[in-house]
Design a protein around this ligand. Structure first.
Ligand SMILES: [Zn+2]
Length: 235
């Protein structure tokens, strides 16, 4: 399996390089500095929560969403960097982003994330989260985008179809529009990838496995590559 995966990673990397080269050529044709910009294509990865805000917790083990989000983001970072993209993380440790503030922690944390995205000027943003629901049978990885954002929807659909194609997926879901700060705070195409339900015992067990997190990260990577290829064709 690993061999097959490596082979398809090489194919995907080649596809991504073609897409990036295409984007650079388009930029050069347009005559501006877009060519130079495209050669430094940046992706922002946002691991949801952190610090005092652990997010949701696993139904059986109490594992914190914030920790798993960070592991998923680091797995995805590796795939993207291996393919030649620049990756900026909003957080790279378990700490929150509210500094030494003692009040309005959540607001300060979210504003800092916005600041990091704006400074990075990325081609896209993926915010990684895990879900929770009152009914424990609810499961599946689902992607959200900002209503009316065409590129955000394209990115969300690309990642969603990779999630649906995963061996462990038990049902096919559609990407949905959602009204969330991280989607609305900048103009860059942004999605929230809810990578499963920690309220579902089977998904909690899977999410605790490195191999499964790696499959989720690889699916997001494939979705991102497919989006970049489609977006640069449509440019
Ligand atoms: Zn969350």
């Amino acid at each position: 399996m690993l061999v097959i995966k490596r082979k398809s990673l090489i194919i995907i990397s080649v596809l991504l390089m073609t897409a990036i080269t295409f984007a650079i050529c388009i930029g050069a044709l347009k005559g501006g500095s877009a060519g130079a910009e495209a050669s430094r294509m940046t992706v922002v990865l946002d691991a949801g929560h952190g610090g005092v805000d652990g997010g949701v917790t696993g139904v059986n083990t109490g594992v914190k969403e914030s920790e798993l989000n960070l592991m998923l983001v680091k797995d995805l970072q590796k795939y993207l960097e291996d393919a030649g993209l620049k990756v900026v993380l909003t957080r790279s440790s378990d700490a929150g982003l509210y500094g030494i503030a003692t009040n309005n922690l959540k607001r300060k944390d979210m504003e800092k994330r916005k600041e990091i995205i704006e400074k990075a000027q990325p081609v896209l943003v993926v915010s990684v989260h895990l879900n929770q629901y009152s009914v424990s049978t609810r499961c599946g990885a689902q992607v959200f985008y900002k209503a009316g954002d065409e590129n955000g929807k394209l990115l969300a659909d690309s990642i969603q179809s990779e999630f649906n194609a995963m061996e462990e997926a038990t049902r096919s879901l559609s990407a949905l529009s959602g009204d969330y700060y991280i989607l609305n705070c900048t103009q860059y195409p942004s999605v929230i990838a809810e990578c499963g339900f920690l309220s579902n015992p089977r998904e909690e067990e899977l999410l605790l496995k490195e191999e499964y997190r790696d499959s989720l990260a690889y699916s997001m990577f494939k979705g991102i590559v497919s989006y970049i290829a489609q977006a640069s064709m449509a440019d």
